[in-house]
Design a protein around this ligand. Sequence first.
Ligand code: ASP
Length: 332
Amino acid sequence: MKRRNFIKATSLTGVGLATGATLSACKDSEKEKALPIKTPEVTAPLVIATWNVKNATQKAWEVIQTGGSALDAVEQGCMVEEADETGQSVGKGGLPDRDGHVTLDACIMDKHGNCGSVVFLEHVVHAVSVARKVMEDTPHVMLAGKGAEQFAYEIGFPKENLLTEASKKAWEEWKVKSEYKPIINIENHDTIGMLAIDKNGDLSGACTTSGLAYKMHGRVGDSPIIGSGLFVDNEIGACVATGLGEEVVKTVGSFLVVELMRQGKSPQEACEEAIRRIVSKPNSNFKDFQVGYIAVNKQGETGSYAIHKGFSMTKFQKDRNENLEATHYINE
Ligand code: ASP
């Protein structure tokens, strides 16, 4: 049995790792007999994204329908939100840090497990595309700050002012009190994270953000950290996070969700368990912050879960582009 089929079998039957360990003592021929595998129908292609971003999922869907890969789809889907100046949490028009700088974090991951990331990037709108270039054109995984910016210019990205009048005004109003408080469900839209399965059944994911509004200068969140803000394993599934990045990093959230799916949990169960890890920490002040996850498994089943009400997932599947409210831990 090939490793890929074996993983499918264990996750589908829910027998997980324990059965895998038992089977490893069997001969190969016995393994074949022990687990007759019905390869499940894959409900693909599909695109899911954090929050209500139907224009972005529409774009990604079109990319897939015209023969593009899941990687192209998630990049181009995220770019829609990066270019939208009215969205104050991603790309151009993102809310600045406490010193008035808009600094972007983004990452991308392909079906081979390759990844690229940019952190603390200024003056370049399409952070997700720079992250893809880091993945494809450099020997590195992550570029930061001035180095990331220099790399972007060298390969042709234009320099732009990302601080729009609206975001500058919001920052100036914030400065009056200068209170640092993570905002739950900022405008109902924070990081855009997107996961896709293309017509070949291959998975990719990406996410892009201007991070927490009015953060300390230099602060980097979960979104560009592979395993925290995003993780893709083409044999199992993928997950992406939004919300207070510090809490996601502390639990390596997206990797955790994918590993839970590997052990047999559905995407929904895995997202719920990852949120439980956050809220069940001793002295967790989870009532004051939001974290949300969306996930998809290799078969095209999806899940979404958050701490607070207000989080949603946009899903494009079978020609339907829908925004679906996520279930949540705190039931007000
Ligand atoms: N996760 C992002 C960060 O912590 C922000 C967000 O999604 O609200 O930077």
